[in-house]
Design a protein around this ligand. Sequence first.
Ligand code: UD1
Length: 420
Amino acid sequence: METFTIEGGRPLSGTLRIHGAKNAALPILAATVLAEGQFHIYDVPHLKDIDVMLQILTALGAKASHVDGCVSLDTTSISVTHVPDDLMGLMRSSIFLMGPLLSRFGEVTISRPGGCVIGERRIDLHLSGLTALGAKIEEVDGYTTFRTKQLRGNNIFLSFPSVGATENLMMAAVLAKGTTRICNAAREPEIVDLQSFLNAMGARVRGAGSDTIEIVGVPRLRTVSYRIIPDRIVTGTHVLAVGVAQGHIQLTNTMPEHLTALIEIARNCGVEIKTYHDIMEIKSTTRPRAIDRIITQPFPGFPTDLQAQMMVFLAQARGISMIKETIFEGRFKHVNELTRMGASIFVDLGTAFIRGVNKLYGAAVEATDLRAGAALVLAGLGAEGVTTIEQVHHIDRGYERLEWQLQQLGADIQRTTSIS
Ligand code: UD1
């Protein structure tokens, strides 16, 4: 079992390069199934979920290596279309294999996907979208198999702009016959990155970043070399870390235009943020001001993946703030742990009311999911005394050695491993 131990109260300083985006890398790695040959994908973070994706691709027949952020993949020998159950259960993103495998081989079998326990996380939009493209679904003994002779383009309306469903359907449609229009598509930057990757492979996709994506099917795709965009959630976590622990840092390899909602709110609360091209400079020297209300929304709204970290920031603000979570219903698990550290937070009907306190205090707490875990790390940085965080493996799903990143910024945080 791995634990973080944090001695709080040290302001942050220094420079950190932000690693590539997990949520862009996962669908892009899955999309390599769409062509035969050798890919090189750069700036792929070394994370548990990426390892699982590479293990899945290997189990399907690919050859994969991941050295210094570069994934080299040879997809020539992929022939298996059944995503292994044990790997499928390890992460939700295994569902990204559905679209590309079905598109290239006309068949895919999956079992129930795993992932962070943050609400119900249905996959009905993936299923109905693939059906609209002509896949036949068969469910037997907990396995779902999709089959098709040839996917055919169609108009698909998503009742909610699901990020994963938009990406899965884009990957399914690129080799379909005819034109597909995904309406009410998600607009996240990772979807734009997937479009760039697919188009570099020879696909004809346009509209990503807007609510309508049009895909004209092509007969085949080619292999490419590609660099993943910087991780906006990791960037945002460090912006808020400065807000919580105080200090003055520089982040390089960022795309501030992906964080407009966060930057606006953090500035309103008193954090100084300057941006120059891909560099962000963040400075905070006082307790933040509270903010009336934040509502998590699909991009370009405030991201649910920064909600927990934002709550820690507001837990020490002057005044009362409110955060409404609208994307995932089970995403307030950090509240209990923060309360143990002295925070004053009351949750009712998907809304958290946060009365800012002067100080948080170190405590023994547990990471319950990825972003909740990151939030507890921030709380530990700003708290008086020592915080220990258990179940660090959740944090490792989305942050490449978060303790190392924060050590670069002067934080006193250590990872310890014990045999449990
Ligand atoms: C992606 C991100 C995740 C982020 C989330 C929302 C990746 C790998 N993960 O997850 O970090 O928190 O976007 O920004 O990119 N829904 C359905 N039916 C479906 C699909 C989704 O009802 O078929 C619901 C979900 O239960 C959830 C909401 O839609 O309540 C958002 O889910 P979605 O946008 O699909 O998120 P993910 O792609 O799973």
